[in-house]
Design a protein around this ligand. Sequence first.
Ligand code: PAF
Length: 306
Amino acid sequence: MRKRAIKGEYLRHMQIVEHAESLTPLHGCALVATMGALHAGHASLIKQAASDGRPVVVSLFVNPTQFSKGEDFSKYPRTLEADRELCQSAGAAAIFIPSVQDMYPYGVDAANAEAIQLQLPLVATQPKLEDAQRPTHFAGVCQVVAKLFDMCQPAAANFGEKDFQQLRVIQEMVRREGARWKKLVVHACPTIRESDGLAMSSRNRYLQANQRENARGLSRALAAAQECARADMDIAAAESEMLRVLARHQLLVEYAVIRAPDTLLPIENFEPKLKSGARALIAARLDGVRLIDNASCDGAISDRGG
Ligand code: PAF
């Protein structure tokens, strides 16, 4: 196939790439995969990726196959101009903005059908967390992330701990498919929080000003779980405490649990798992807005508030 030239548009030094063929000179990069609507959490991923000295490629692609019907695919925020500026000031070497047609040449229905045939790592199907709430989600995530890895051939890929189950799924996919992406290292990057404790998320922009106080319930419930771990309470009591905090903030809980940090399966007690960071994970809705957050039980989220 004839190689298309890089669509040679340069914004000062940052390159804008639309077609996978043009990524060849960037193979060996550090990849930050995103769906756009970038915020300071993404900037931190880009900066951390750049600190290793590799050129950083940021992919901006709202992936239709990881949304199911009724989810927010069509209204997912698209803020290309602001994203471009953020990537440039955070030190990205290139942004990769593929079209749906390029990613899924046989169409989205065919891609959805292909995604659900994928053999997913157990951490994508067993914990009954995001996998229970969004049954086709990780199939779409694995499909698109594998495609991005194939296209970019990165040496490193940085993912945020904010989507903790997603991070574990991608780590397991890479471990399982070791030979496919040679020497690829997945880096887990800490969640970046607003000063009030709310984990940064592209979906926070759906929140009305008057919902912000209740949204803080997630980080407060995680801080409560950390306190319970320090007090060596049992897991069931710590989970009840999380539920109590969430209820006080009028959050409709999908799950609020403490799990093993590797498998995300239930654990009996904090010892000895506490040493390796038992993980508290929450998904809850505030009116129509779905929020997720998590933290290691041996850490400390600073804002506890009321
Ligand atoms: O976390 C995200 O933004 C997306 O799930 C990802 C990893 C970019 C795949 O579309």
